[in-house]
Design a protein around this ligand. Structure first.
Ligand code: FAD
Length: 477
């Protein structure tokens, strides 16, 4: 039997259930990837992530070729064109079955349904993006968890009971001599991108192994300090499936001899972040409306967010006059990546200090991030805005200055990304304006665009008014 594997968000040959099963079931396998530039634009995908995908497709093409599988990369404008394209290709190759891993999101789901309806061959779908399949963890009353801690307990229980399944690379067919298909790429970011985020599964594995050997044990202590190399930097690979979460679990186990499955065990803090990743993916699978700009808590859709393009642009460009926010945004704009602590600070600043709709921040991050991931990005933004499942309580508002003092104490990170502040002594780096004024340099760096104490009170009042209206609504029905 000749089968076709349709690669989407799973650009790897190892631990790829769709590829593995296709190779087990068939005596010949082909592979396809469909690039949809217009659709990706609608989804707000960043140029740097598209570039990263293109490089990884080249690597995937080579890996598959060594297994005797040819990868063809097609381009069509939108998801609407995919069913016809696949139908033609399936007929041309005389393929008997199509294999793919689940791709989350409403448009992706509709595309897959349309493909299924159009093709005369079966479409076999697999869970390839989570250790524990979406939908398999439920509360006592059969719903998806709304709160992380009970979800993580259920996740751990599941892994203790069933373990996790790491698939080997699939069986090899006759290696191909040539032909990895049309992997058209632009060369725009190539030099710097390849240096910081080298493409290929092997590169991802190297980073994973190195992280586990050198940083896993210190992750709990180091992970909040953006100037340290304390986190794995694996998110770009996980977001497009060059690396699987099972591979992360296997690497932890190799390093520690076992999986740390309880709080306080060495290595657990990092594993817990992988569980957060799964929490947001399970939430998105259970509540597809999250991919359509809806707040998890519908009552928060009544919040009257501030419309102020000038303020929004100051945030986007890193010109708010809050050094840690500006350093973080400039780092994002220049590298396509931002440390988790800084994502929390900048998202909190946009939604609480500026009271600007989280959806604008979500879209801006997506348009810039190399690791843009619908589930994690939406989850992170709704957490920061107080509109999400298990969100930060609305009255717990990050103070950007104290966050900066705690997590970039000496201002090393700030100075790296805000060169105007390079000469500011470290005791003034978090609030440099008075010092700059004294030096006659006030015009070099923006004054704070808002007053944190005042905006904090406004943000709390904004949420409390929703709560009051919600309570009176609940009482009246
Ligand atoms: P590590 O600390 O090494 O963690 C390992 C892996 O666990 C990460 O690679 C990631 O896959 C996962 N992970 C870690 N923290 C989280 C988290 N809070 N939520 C979900 N998964 C997590 N992550 C993305 O991958 N893509 C996004 O688009 C994204 N947008 C975010 C937006 C906001 C506002 C916030 C607050 C967080 C967002 N995150 C996103 C989560 C987190 O910031 C990044 O995953 C992390 O910074 C990536 O760095 P790392 O690979 O070094 O992570």
């Amino acid at each position: 039997m000749h089968s076709l594997v349709w690669f989407r968000n799973d650009l790897r040959v190892t631990d790829n259930p769709a590829l593995y099963q296709a190779c087990s079931d068939s005596d010949r396998v082909s592979a396809v990837y469909i690039d949809c530039p217009h659709q990706w634009k609608l989804h707000g995908q960043s140029a740097v992530q598209r570039e990263f995908i293109a490089h990884n497709l080249e690597a995937l093409g080579r890996e598959l070729s060594a297994l005797g599988i040819s990868l063809n990369v097609f381009r069509c404008d939108s998801f609407a064109d995919v069913p016809a394209l696949l139908d033609n290709w399936v007929r041309e190759l005389d393929v008997a079955a199509l294999y793919a891993n689940v791709d989350l999101g409403v448009n992706e789901y509709r595309r897959d349904r349309a493909v299924d309806a159009r093709l005369n061959i079966p479409l076999h779908r697999f869970n390839g993006d989570c250790v524990v399949s979406h939908g398999s963890l439920r509360t006592g009353d059969g719903h998806m968890y709304r709160v992380f801690t009970p979800f993580s307990r259920a996740w751990i229980k599941h892994v203790i009971r069933d373990g996790y399944r790491l698939l080997p690379p699939p069986q090899t067919f006759e290696p191909l001599v040539t032909g990895t298909g049309d992997t058209e790429t632009s060369q725009h970011h190539q030099g710097s991108l390849e240096t910081i985020w080298p493409a290929s599964e092997a590169a991802a594995q190297r980073r994973l192994t190195e992280f586990c050997r050198q940083h896993l044990m210190d992750y709990g202590a180091d992970r909040d300090f953006p100037d340290l190399d304390g986190t794995s930097g694996l998110s770009p690979y996980l977001a497009i499936g060059v690396l699987s979460p099972n591979q992360c679990l296997a690497a932890i186990e190799i390093e520690l001899g076992q999986l740390p499955l309880s709080l306080g065990e060495a290595g657990f803090t990092w594993l817990n972040e992988l569980i957060w990743r799964e929490f947001y993916r399970h939430l998105l699978a259970a509540h597809p409306r999250l991919s359509m700009h809806c707040a998890f808590k519908p009552e928060t859709d009544r919040i009257k967010w501030r419309h102020d393009e000038g303020l929004f642009q100051s945030w986007c460009q890193g010109k708010t006059g809050y050094p840690i926010v500006d350093a973080a945004m400039r780092c994002l704009n220049q590298t396509g990546w931002m440390h988790n602590r800084l994502r929390m600070i900048t998202a909190g600043f946009l939604t609480k200090d500026l009271q600007i709709d989280w959806r604008l921040g979500e879209a801006y991050f997506m348009s810039r991030l190399i690791d843009g991931d619908l589930a994690a990005n939406n989850g992170g933004w709704q957490w920061a805005a107080g509109t999400g499942a298990d969100a930060a309580p609305y009255f717990r508002i990050f103070n950007p200055t104290t966050q900066s003092q705690r997590f970039d104490r000496h201002g090393h990170f700030i100075k790296r990304w805000v060169p105007e502040l390079a000469e500011v002594p470290k005791q003034y780096i978090h609030t440099p304006h008075a010092w700059l004024s004294r030096q006659g340099l006030a015009q070099c760096y923006p004054a704070p665009v808002v007053d944190h104490a005042l905006e904090r009170r406004r943000a709390i009042e904004m949420f409390e008014s929703i709560r009051r209206r919600n309570a009176s609504y609940t009482q009246s029905v």
